[in-house]
Ligand binder design. Sequence first.
Ligand code: NAD
Ligand code: UDP
Length: 312
Amino acid sequence: MKRILITGGAGFIGSHLSELLLNQGNDIICLDNFFTGSKQNIVHLMDNKFFELIRHDVIDPFKAEVDEIYNLACPASPVHYQINPIKTVKTSVMGAINMLGLAKRLKVKILQASTSEVYGDPQIHPQSEDYSGNVSCIGPRACYDEGKRIAETLFTSYHNQNGVKIKIIRIFNTYGPRMNPNDGRVVSNFIVQALKNNDITVYGDGSQTRSFQYIDDLLSAMTKMMATNDNLTGPINIGNPEEFTIRELAEKIIDLTGSKSKIIYKPLPKDDPVRRKPDIRLAMEKLSWQPSTPLDEGLKKTIAYFDELLKS
Ligand code: NAD
Ligand code: UDP
């Protein structure tokens, strides 16, 4: 049994990771300030004596004796991370420093949930790990993109300078049950709109693309990455390379829900990336991993979750 610290453990990804690692027989410390996460996501774990919930903000130092750390604390939806951009930067930067300090003292592995946003609005396609990206340092997404980039710098520097055992994964758009229905991300927005027969809000003309990964595929990559030997530090792209336009996604969700919703078009937010698709050859080679959930299958499970949520 390992004692594992998961920051952001009450969020969408963190709650699934907490559940998986707990079910695998580990002792979980779930640390969260509930900015975008909620107790509802983890309430089913709370009776387990090996699950411990701590309300804490990662911008403040934290001490505990643990064997591994997954650093996920950070709002991930553009709507939420832009509410308080200074706080978003602090969460990424000070959160990384505090967790890396802990990993250094304890001499334990630490995994950073980085993001495809480190590539910004990419000018090469698909994006491989050696592409250094096209990021605005002053645009509306900068607080998140640059925060995550400096976090990668910090992780790499703690590794090079202090020998900290780091693992960096760059996560591409991930979806599934327990996404916050109000967080403005495209999959949750479209599903909730479709289930309510409301208009589906496509931003721009809907020709921009994303590659959508189901949560279970991400979890298997995260745990595989953590289990690799100390030489594999990353960064490694983790995503589903199947690419869809946002209009295709809207049509698919209308179809799968049998909704009467109509698609309407709204202005495209500033700096919204035009195309995004991971090159996952490195993950396939180093982790013997590739996603296995087709979009339709993952969407059906996610729709069933939101359907239940809206009914209750
Ligand atoms: P989420 O918003 O559901 O979860 C983030 C969690 O972090 C929430 O529980 C939130 O309350 C907590 N948090 C935020 N600021 C905090 C702070 N200062 N101190 C303590 N807790 C704090 O988002 P998610 O989709 O689960 O994302 C989890 C991680 O994965 C994030 O770091 C995100 O950047 C990264 N990521 C997610 C995606 C995706 O598509 N979901 C893609 C790339 C990267
Ligand atoms: N989007 C949209 N309608 C919505 C929400 C998002 O058309 O109601 C678009 C958004 O402009 C972007 C894509 O969907 O092009 C993905 O947005 P999301 O916020 O999920 O994540 P991003 O990949 O942009 O961080």
